[in-house]
Design a protein around this ligand. Structure first.
Ligand SMILES: NC(=O)c1ccc[n+]([C@@H]2O[C@H](COP(=O)([O-])OP(=O)(O)OC[C@H]3O[C@@H](n4cnc5c(N)ncnc54)[C@H](O)[C@@H]3O)[C@@H](O)[C@H]2O)c1
Length: 85
């Protein structure tokens, strides 16, 4: 993928798109932090299997967010923006 960042945060990493995006980023040699609340909209064991596959790569780390993290993420994403003059 044509962008310069080596550390990437993927939201919904246990979901369909997040899983495949994480796999692609890891295959490119990037470090991926995946975050997901493992909701039961569909079979949670499928999400756990996806995470187990991702965790075989040492570049992957997982944050299980049982609560809504939208506020936390907005703070996280805002911090780098503060450094831009
Ligand atoms: N799959 C598709 O073909 C497709 C096409 C167009 C758009 N989309 C959209 O892309 C998004 C992702 O699609 P998907 O198929 O990967 O869905 P998905 O349900 O497989 O994955 C979403 C993941 O996000 C997690 N999640 C949901 N709310 C969360 C929260 N508050 N905090 C942390 N984790 C949370 C869920 O547990 C789930 O694992 C959806 O908004 C979907 O509508 C999907």
């Amino acid at each position: 993928m044509g962008f310069k960042y080596n550390k990437v945060l993927v939201t919904g990493a246990a979901g369909f798109i997040g899983f495949h995006l994480s796999r692609r980023l890891l295959a490119d040699g990037r470090d991926v932090t995946g975050i997901d609340n493992l909701n039961d909209y569909y079979d949670v064991t499928l999400k756990e299997k996806r995470l187990a596959m991702l965790q075989e790569d040492h570049g992957f780390s997982f944050v299980c967010a049982r609560k809504d993290v939208s506020m936390w993420l907005s703070i996280w994403l805002h911090r780098p923006a503060c450094a831009i003059p």
